[in-house]
Ligand binder design. Structure first.
Ligand SMILES: [Zn+2]
Length: 124
């Protein structure tokens, strides 16, 4: 089984995990099977921190094919302690006036209508 397949299995269980390099400690999310910093393939899984801060966000008025009906939607970057960053969509139930740079956020697994698993940013 590949690392990516395991990531989807974990999402199905409601767990959001990244990978950490056992050699140099670099952390990755979404998970990578090898380390971009030292090229090691000796990777382990770790639970993503429960809370991060919204570093920036942007409202997209054009969506990729298949997501047109979701427009407009908001994408954001979450920054965690240690410099780990995550890029994801913000939950559609978040109102624009509720979204502020620097606010505490969390991520949760979601399932799209077509059954595809992903994750989104929610207010912590
Ligand atoms: Zn490494």
């Amino acid at each position: 089984m590949t690392k990516t397949a395991k990531f989807v299995d974990l999402l199905a269980e409601g767990k959001i995990e990244g990978t950490v390099c056992k050699q140099c400690g670099a952390k990755y999310f979404p998970p990578r099977a090898d380390c971009a910093a030292c090229f090691s393939k000796d990777m382990d899984w770790f639970d993503m921190p429960k809370k991060g801060k919204l570093e920036t966000y942007t409202i997209a008025y054009y969506a990729p094919y298949g997501f047109e009906k979701d427009c407009p939607y908001t994408m954001g970057v979450v920054e965690y302690d240690g410099g780990l960053k995550l890029f994801a969509r913000l939950a559609s139930d978040l109102k624009p006036e509720d979204i502020k740079v620097g606010m505490d956020v969390s991520i949760r697994p979601i399932k799209y209508e077509d059954g595809q698993l992903s994750f989104e940013i929610i207010k912590a």
